[in-house]
Design a protein around this ligand. Structure first.
Ligand code: CU
Length: 503
């Protein structure tokens, strides 16, 4: 893995801040993941799915370089699936057999990861772990059964810090056989660095020289200057056309690395799903919902009046004016320029609601316990790092499981940045926060762990393979915050080094 140091100014500022750990051991006791020393069968032999008599939905996604217009006079050099940001919107119906041909027309290797989809390990799109990165001019076919209806997205998992940043992502919906809502819309939120004209510049330094806000977001705020919804910013965002009283299912995904807080008209919506799991709660109808990087939140939204309304970023956030979705009627297409936030509004987030279907009725007795300490550090001579248990990937200790195990993971954030931790191939139940058990727990595949917070989650090891568990601020993953759920009896035949860059 290629790690570049940050500028010395950034490091000095970090030293002054304190509250973080040094990574100073020259001897890495190799407790990390080693793809070649595993025993058993290859992950390629595990869990293949056949179409049988299911409907087959076939798509082709071409990874391409595109000059993309964000609107507001801002052009970026983007990498796309099929020429647009986001890439082609994919929709299938539960029970379909999905076949996606990836053709790589870029001059760098890419993959596709199906974020949140429970599928066979070898279709997970993680280079060096579940496949080799797809070389320029080459193709790869992903095949899986769309079993679980809900909101998903797809993105490259090859050097994600750069590739997702440059636009290699799109929406993926598994519709229910009988959808509850006639209107169904998808919104992907993102941030761009247009000032430098260079997405994915995190490693090149410059971080930490300002914006010492204490909200765990100072690194992303420093990097990105433009927010987008479905690849467009500000006035270029396409309005949603709805009539008074009409209800729509709105699916939101945060493809960026900064959390977003969306403000809705008071009393206009209910949160109905999170990370593809149906949810409900006693909190009624929140006005503001926070969406962590990588997280998905679905709401049932009803247009309140005849006049134009707006769903927009909390105006307290810098660059909020970029992220405004006007909801207009056919007769009145005025674009509103401001948002009204009620002084009473609390901010709901991914753990404010409970799941309709939970994994464990009671806190289970775990077979495996893993304490995951999330911290910032520095590798002497190499610059800053984001660590799991004082190590950077692939030296982080893996979570070793046997099929059927119940796994308890306690995540503690002892650093100063937010870490949206995402588990591939499984969903976990969030049991407690800071030692406080949830009365109505939620089932998710991503949990936003903020500085000082501690979450305990449980999952069942029921999908044999080698699966990533990582921070979805891909800049943090790139600098080490990744580990692997490593099943006994299987191994990856791929190599984490060389062209493959799983983070
Ligand atoms: Cu992180």
């Amino acid at each position: 893995m290629n790690r570049k140091g940050l500028g010395s100014i950034g490091i000095v500022v970090l030293l002054v801040i304190g509250g973080w750990t040094f990574f100073n051991s020259p001897f890495n006791l190799s407790q990390g993941y080693d793809t070649r020393s595993q025993e058993g069968i290859s992950i390629l032999e595990v869990g293949a799915q056949e179409p049988g008599d299911r409907p087959v939905k076939t798509f082709t996604l071409k990874a391409q370089e595109t000059e993309w217009d964000l609107g507001e006079g801002k052009q970026v050099n983007a990498w796309t699936y099929n020429g647009t940001v986001p890439g082609e919107a994919l929709r299938v119906t539960e029970g379909d057999f999905v076949r996606v041909h990836l053709k790589n027309e870029l001059d760098v290797p890419v993959t596709i990861h199906w974020h949140g989809v429970l599928l066979p390990n070898k279709m997970d799109g993680v280079p060096g772990l579940t496949q080799d990165a797809v070389e320029p001019g080459e193709s790869f076919t992903y095949e899986f059964i769309a079993n679980d209806p809900g909101t998903y997205w797809y993105h490259s998992h090859q050097h994600s810090a750069v590739q997702v940043d440059k636009g290699l992502y799109g929406s993926f919906v598994i519709e229910e056989k009988e959808p509850e809502y006639a209107r169904d819309e998808f919104f992907i939120l993102d941030e761009w660095a247009t000032g430098s004209g260079d997405q994915g510049s995190f490693r090149k330094g410059g971080m930490m020289q300002g914006h010492m806000s204490g909200d765990g977001e100072m690194d992303t705020k420093q990097l990105y200057d433009t927010f987008t919804v479905n690849g467009k910013s500000g006035d270029a965002i396409e309005p949603l056309v709805m009539e008074k009283g009409e209800t729509a299912r709105l699916r939101f995904v945060n493809a960026g690395y900064q959390q977003h807080q969306l403000v809705f008209p008071e009393g206009s919506m209910e949160v109905i799903a999170n990370d593809a799991e149906e949810v409900s709660g006693e909190n009624g109808s929140p006005q503001i919902v926070e969406i962590a990087p990588g997280e998905r939140i679905d709401v049932a939204y009803t247009k309140q009046g005849e006049e134009t309304e707006v769903i927009a970023e909390n105006p307290e956030v810098e660059n909020a004016e970029d992220m405004m979705i006007p909801v207009v009627s056919k007769e009145n297409a005025d674009r509103p320029q401001s948002v009204t936030v009620s002084s009473r509004s609390e901010i709901a987030n991914g753990t404010s609601f409970g799941s309709e279907a939970i994994l464990f009725k009671e806190t289970p007795d775990p077979d495996v316990t893993y304490n995951m300490d999330l911290s910032m550090g520095m590798k002497m001579g190499e610059g800053m790092s984001f660590q799991i248990n004082n190590q950077t990937f692939p030296d982080t200790p893996p979570i070793r499981v046997t099929e059927g195990d119940i796994v308890r993971v306690k995540m503690t954030n002892s650093g100063m940045m937010n870490h949206p931790m995402h588990l591939h191939g499984h969903r976990f139940q969030v049991d407690s926060k800071n030692g406080q058990k949830y009365n109505k727990p939620i089932v998710k595949d991503l949990i936003h762990v903020k500085p000082g917070e501690e979450y305990v989650v449980y999952f069942k090891a029921d999908n044999k393979g080698e699966w990533l568990f990582h921070c979805h601020d891909n800049n943090h993953a790139d600098l080490g915050m990744v580990t692997i759920v490593d099943y006994e009896g299987v191994y990856s035949p791929f190599n984490l080094e060389g062209k493959n860059q799983p983070d």
